[in-house]
Design a protein around this ligand. Structure first.
Ligand SMILES: [Zn+2]
Length: 238
């Protein structure tokens, strides 16, 4: 079989792997993809250069209107372990958008720069909200966020404000106060990348808001993030 024109060059793969620190770029994985081989003079790799837009015509995520040269360009690469390289291409790439993969690649490269001491922490990504217990919802809720996430509900009391209040609690517990004063119980977890993964757990217990960051008790979230909320349902001041 002839070599496909959209395949990455070896040099491109090496640069892509190096920029990811030879780690899987999936934010929940980050496994090291290179290590010692079986003999003293070899290395063993479990990394793969995955295409963000597909190398083949009907592949995952389509080809995004890119030319053959653009498809094999490093800009279209995503370094991952074998498991995640396969996962992002399963079911025609459903569940993994091109924008998400690009954001994850940028996150991974920033993390590596941070570990090298080349930058200060500036990056922040809200990955998920998991509502374990809340009187507004009848069962547990898990929301994973993209670069832009629309939260829609057809009627009042569908839970939109609750979700926004929980997101706001990343920077302030102010929006939880009315729930606390009305005795509404809640327990939820937020997954925050800055760019390392952090788990913020917040719950209502006996008249107070209690929180833990990475299993340690904290009076508020110490990660310096500010959440801006523009509530269009409130009339703007004249
Ligand atoms: Zn992985």
């Amino acid at each position: 079989m002839s070599r496909k024109k959209t395949n990455f060059l070896v040099k491109t793969k090496n640069v892509l792997a190096g920029r990811a620190g030879y780690q899987c770029s999936h934010p929940n994985c980050n496994v090291i993809t290179i290590g010692p081989g079986e003999s003293a003079d070899t290395v063993s790799s479990i990394g793969e250069a995955a295409h963000i837009f597909s190398a083949s015509l009907n592949g995952p995520r389509g080809q995004g209107g890119l030319s053959d040269d653009e498809l094999r360009d490093i800009e279209n690469g995503f370094w991952a372990c074998k498991i995640h390289a396969r996962l992002i291409d399963t079911n025609s790439g459903n569940g993994f958008t091109a924008e998400q993969l690009k954001a994850w690649r940028a996150l991974q490269e920033t993390k590596i720069k941070l570990h090298q001491g080349r930058i200060q922490r500036q990056l922040f990504w809200l990955n998920s909200l998991k509502i374990k217990e809340c009187s507004v919802f009848s069962d547990e809720q898990e929301i994973y966020f993209g670069k832009v996430t629309f939260i829609c509900g057809s009627k009042n009391a569908s839970g939109k404000s609750t979700i926004l209040d929980f997101i706001n609690s990343i920077s302030s517990y102010e929006y939880l106060e009315s729930r606390v004063s009305s005795g509404q119980s809640f327990r939820y977890e937020l997954e925050l990348f800055n760019p390392d993964s952090n788990e913020l757990q917040i719950r209502y217990d006996n008249g107070a808001v209690l929180s833990k960051l990475n299993k340690e008790d904290v009076p508020f979230n110490p990660i310096p993030v500010e959440i801006f909320r523009y509530d269009l349902s409130c009339p703007l001041p004249h």
